[in-house]
Write a protein that binds this ligand. Structure first.
Ligand code: PEP
Ligand code: MN
Length: 264
């Protein structure tokens, strides 16, 4: 079902007037984690003012260590939904287990599967029935074929609204956190009709690389971007402050993108 042989035309996912996978570029921006109502409200206002269409923020965080901050949970979902409504933005949040799919689907417009869960098949099956669009991140050691097979689980479950996300893979290079595989964008678009979103934040792990890799992703044909932005990145509650843009950098980047591709 994910293959272009089966479905020659591009899939366009329409959510409340925003088309993902069409001619326009969609930008999702926001913090790694929803930290407080005031934080997500302020950042939502900045994402909207910069021209973004989707507010990102994790309420359930997949942390490498069990003692790290694990997210604000259902309270975070509620805070983000309120901020999204107030600022007229769609929302995207990560869901980590099948048990939490229903509650995340109640509060968010798009459900994100993180890199660590790309092959959590019970989660993928549940997302096939959830009725909400899904952004499926490529596992950091997954091939294109494995990513497309993971998407197949969601599609086969009856959910046609899947976006593929390149978020960097693990290589021998240690200067960057991951290696953003730009080739994934045209390759996935040739193999599949599903929209392809690039995540230059996790793909590099370094703030100064987010701007050039965002532009490179657009030049490579990405249908959209998911970018971390924080008002106080040095004090963010996850380690992802180092890759989060400051609000002015985010706004300037989106202005530059208008010269490369029209924003919805
Ligand atoms: C995130 O989007 O904050 C995140 C945890 O992403 P990934 O699954 O790509 O590491
Ligand atoms: Mn993050």
């Amino acid at each position: 079902l994910a293959s272009r042989d089966f479905h020659p035309e591009d899939t366009v996912i329409s959510i409340k007037g925003v088309d993902i996978g069409g001619k326009e570029l969609v930008v999702m921006g926001g913090p790694c984690a929803v930290e407080s109502a005031a934080q997500i409200d302020e950042i939502a206002g900045l994402v909207k003012a910069a021209g973004g269409q989707v507010l990102r923020g994790g309420a359930f965080k997949p942390r490498t260590g069990p003692y790290s901050f694990q997210g604000t949970g259902v309270e975070g979902l509620i805070m983000m939904a309120e901020a999204g409504q107030k600022h007229n933005l769609l929302t995207i949040t990560e869901v980590m287990t099948p048990e939490y799919v229903d509650i995340c689907a109640e509060y968010a417009d798009i459900l994100q599967v993180g890199t660590r869960n790309m092959q959590n098949f019970d989660l993928l099956r549940k997302l096939g029935e959830c009725g909400k669009p899904v952004l499926l991140k490529r596992g950091f050691s997954a091939t294109y074929d494995e990513l497309l097979n993971a998407a197949e689980y969601i599609l086969a479950g009856g959910n046609p609204n899947v976006m593929l996300c390149e978020r960097g893979i693990r290589t021998f290079e240690s200067y960057t956190r991951n290696t953003l595989d730009l080739s994934a964008i045209p390759v996935l678009q040739s193999l599949s009709h599903l929209p392809v979103i690039s995540d230059p934040s996790h793909g590099t792990g370094r703030r100064e690389l987010v701007e050039p890799m965002t532009k490179a992703s657009v030049a490579a044909g990405a249908n959209g971007l998911i970018i971390e932005m924080h008002t106080d990145p040095d004090n963010s509650m996850t380690g992802d402050g180092v890759q989060s843009l400051f609000p002015d950098q985010f706004a300037n980047l989106l202005q530059d993108l208008e010269k490369l591709a029209p924003i919805v």
